[in-house]
Design a protein around this ligand. Structure first.
Ligand SMILES: Cc1cc2nc3c(=O)[nH]c(=O)nc-3n(C[C@H](O)[C@H](O)[C@H](O)COP(=O)(O)OP(=O)(O)OC[C@H]3O[C@@H](n4cnc5c(N)ncnc54)[C@H](O)[C@@H]3O)c2cc1C
Length: 388
């Protein structure tokens, strides 16, 4: 006598999407667009994992020209989403970059027809008025600043870059799938006769396929279905600082110059233009189980952000306002690395610095489910996003 495994809390749909961050929600959006019924599984609040916080940088510039091409297509989709949402999801202020990587990156942008402007120091000041004047030595008491060095620093403006309004994007997408979202942690998923079974504390889901885009949770779920996703886990912090004059132009900033004592600084203005979220590149290492040996290292990163603001950005109040702590899930081939893994009808996605590419990644995941094929560019062996 066979025992029925059917339980009252069975869930069924064509595709299970595990994780309601920007990638999962974008995948659900495109799957629904392609006519699939979708169930979204989310153990926390949609958009409060690595997608937390008010803003992100949209930039076209990447060391890997393939990611520039991806960003161009993603930028088009952000325009379409903005039309649907009825508000610009990317600010019109542009994206500024400073430092030794600029010349090569701007060449790649020009080769791909992306609008980019070379900025001399006075043009830089016009585009980025929060920045310290080259001849202003009152550098927040720090001896780091050598104004003349700014004259030797390469700078560019990515005209169609800008600050992403993360909350509006997340809210719009999450609301669309609110009725089909299971607000529970996926404990396991496995292949089954009709496709995939997904198990949460109180539900059993039966789906034709599944997309795992659970950020920090992806590697463990993928390993359960035989996929080895080499995520390197870390923890990061970003701090926000108030803008002194809200009537000015506020492009996003990436500073790799070292002129103000730090390299690898990034900053994106909040949608309400009241402040910037600013962070230092780098994260504190974490073990696969999430244990962090050097929690105090996050305080050092936050302190370095405040010091940078005092040194470089007098247009901001250097008093920290609020913070975003989050996991970082980078791949071995680079901070901008991303890839798709597949085991039959189960697809897993991982990478970092993904927000800007999210509309395009979501479409690619939906196409992968429909075709059953991972596009060659997203296969792990393609090392998409590698700088070399
Ligand atoms: C401070 C900071 C600054 C950044 N700056 C930029 C930037 O300027 N530009 C840019 O493009 N990118 C940037 N990024 C990266 C970008 O934000 C992330 O790559 C992106 O948000 C990842 O989205 P995701 O959907 O893959 O992951 P997440 O947003 O983490 O979503 C995964 C979701 O899965 C859920 N989940 C996990 N396990 C399970 C489970 N077992 N069952 C159910 N649900 C589960 C989690 O709760 C989470 O909500 C930044 C990231 C941080 C943290």
């Amino acid at each position: 006598m066979s025992v029925s495994t059917a339980v009252s809390s069975d869930v069924t749909s064509d595709v299970a999407v595990i994780g309601a961050g920007i990638i999962g929600l974008s995948a659900a959006h495109h799957l629904a667009r392609q006519g699939f019924t979708v169930t979204v599984y989310e153990s926390g609040r949609p958009g409060y994992g690595q997608s937390a916080g008010e803003s992100r940088i949209f930039r076209h510039a990447h060391d890997d020209p393939r990611l520039v091409a991806l960003a161009v297509r993603a930028r088009e989709q952000w325009r379409e989403w903005s039309d649907e949402v009825g508000t610009p999801l990317i600010s019109a202020d542009g994206a500024v970059a400073l430092g030794p990587a600029v010349p090569e990156r701007s060449t790649i942008l020009q080769q791909q027809g992306v609008a980019v402007e070379k900025l001399d120091p006075s043009a830089l000041r016009d585009v980025l008025p929060i920045l310290r004047e080259p001849d202003d030595t009152g550098c927040g008491g720090s001896a780091m600043f050598d104004g003349s060095a700014m004259f030797d620093t390469a700078a560019m403006l990515d005209v169609d870059g800008g600050s992403i309004d993360t909350r509006s994007a997340i809210t719009w997408l999450a609301d669309r799938f609110a009725d089909v979202t299971v607000g529970e942690q996926v404990i396991a998923l496995h292949h089954s006769e009709n496709g995939v079974t997904v198990r949460t504390p109180t539900t059993v889901g039966n789906h034709g396929a599944a997309v795992i885009c659970a950020g920090r949770g992806t590697a463990a779920l993928a390993r359960g279905v035989g996929l080895s996703v080499p995520v390197q886990l870390g923890a990061h912090v970003r701090v926000s600082f108030a803008v002194r004059d809200t009537g000015i132009r506020m492009p996003t900033v990436q500073d790799g110059s070292g002129v103000f004592g730090a390299r690898g600084v990034y900053a994106a203005v909040y949608p309400d233009r009241s402040g910037y979220g600013l962070g230092m590149a780098g994260s504190v290492d974490a073990h696969d189980d999430g244990a962090i040996d050097d929690g105090a290292g996050l305080a050092d990163l936050a302190g370095a952000a405040a010091e940078y603001v005092a040194a470089a950005l007098p247009g901001l109040d250097p008093t920290p306002r609020d913070v975003v702590h989050c996991w970082v899930t980078s791949l071995p081939w680079g901070d901008d690395g991303m890839a798709i893994w597949r085991s039959g009808p189960i697809v897993a996605f991982a990478g970092h610095n993904l927000f800007k590419h999210a509309p395009l990644i979501g479409q690619t995941l939906a196409d992968t489910v429909r075709s059953g094929q991972v596009p060659a560019a997203f296969a792990p062996e393609a090392r998409l996003g590698a700088a070399d």
